[in-house]
Design a protein around this ligand. Structure first.
Ligand code: AHR
Length: 310
């Protein structure tokens, strides 16, 4: 089949129910585009549902897919816990479940076939390694007092928020020269990122922040506005580290306001299609399909920007 040429979704084409987290970030809209276009190109029939970042909406969507007896369910779980019951219902109905992007915390591994997505713990580690090894505040540089870090977490209870926080702390270890002085969720959105950063800046010690670690680019971009409005220079007075590597982050890096972004690839559509085919054909899949990713600094931004796909 020629690239870009969609097959007609015929009556015997598999029906895929996909429940998306929401449209909270640039990353998410790129992920939705990738899933929709890959499924369309494969000639599968798609039932798409947007959970608006609410687990209850997602559970309803999964139940409706089960009632419709779709062939495969794929979903990116808003949070990690609370899936056991609905996944058992899918299993009882004989509908295979593929996880994309985020993981679930279940005691019975047979409740899903595979998870296609990034290693979020490693992303958190990469963010901290840049700070400790490459940044202007790296280890071994002379300075007075510890490096004071504020953290904008992703959605509470979501796999990327839990794992990125874990990986970041793992690399900081018990080094007393680097301290996380404030941490709060900005729900992966620009608006919340800005609000929470404003609160950090106004809180006690808020005039003494060295580093912002944001769990995604959108929150970092919102926070950058808050930093500027407070009269400080993001990227200089406060180093800004984030995750995703979306176009907005490259623009912020080229403007000198974001120091580094750790890549998290949202273009999972083609791998999802491959997995659906494997499931349909009864082929074995690995439990975990991981995506290769890089780290980009503001020094590389202008060169890399034209080749970015999201
Ligand atoms: O689950 C992936 C995360 O969700 C992305 O880092 C973030 O931007 C999104 O909202």
């Amino acid at each position: 089949l020629a690239a870009g040429c969609a097959r007609d979704a015929g009556g015997d084409a598999p029906v895929v129910g996909f429940s998306q987290v929401g449209a909270e970030s640039e990353w998410r809209t790129a992920n939705t585009r990738s899933v929709r276009s890959a499924i369309e190109e494969a000639g599968f029939r798609l039932r798409f549902s947007d959970a608006q970042q609410k687990q209850e909406n997602q559970i309803k969507a999964l139940r409706s897919f089960i009632a419709q007896r779709v062939d495969v369910i794929a979903f990116s779980p808003v949070v990690e816990s609370g899936w056991e019951t609905v996944l058992r219902e899918a299993k009882a109905a004989g509908i295979p479940v593929i996880l994309t992007d985020r993981s679930v915390d279940v005691s019975d591994e047979s409740l899903y076939v595979t998870l296609i997505g990034s290693d979020f713990v490693e992303e958190g580690r990469k963010a901290a390694r840049w700070l400790l090894e490459e940044s202007p505040l790296r280890r071994g540089e002379d300075r007075e007092g510890p490096v004071r870090i504020v953290e904008l977490q992703g959605t509470v209870g979501s796999a990327p928020a839990i794992d990125r926080g874990k990986g970041f702390r793992e690399v900081l270890g018990d080094d007393q020269d680097y301290r996380i002085v404030r941490t709060q969720s900005g729900d992966f959105t620009r608006a919340r990122g800005k609000e929470v950063m404003e609160a950090f800046l106004k809180s006690e010690g808020g005039d003494n922040i060295d580093v912002l670690f944001a769990h995604n680019d959108d929150m970092a971009i919102g926070a950058i506005q808050a930093i500027e409005e407070s009269g400080l220079r993001p990227g200089e007075d406060i180093l800004v580290i984030s995750i995703d590597a979306v176009r907005g982050a490259f623009e912020a890096m080229m403007a000198g306001k974001l120091n580094v972004t750790v890549e998290c690839n949202p273009l999972l559509g083609p791998q999802l299609v491959d997995a659906i085919r494997a499931v349909q054909e009864g082929r074995e899949l690995p439990r975990r399909i991981v995506v290769e990713e890089s780290v980009f600094t503001r020094e590389q931004a202008a060169e890399v920007f034209p080749s970015r796909q999201y």
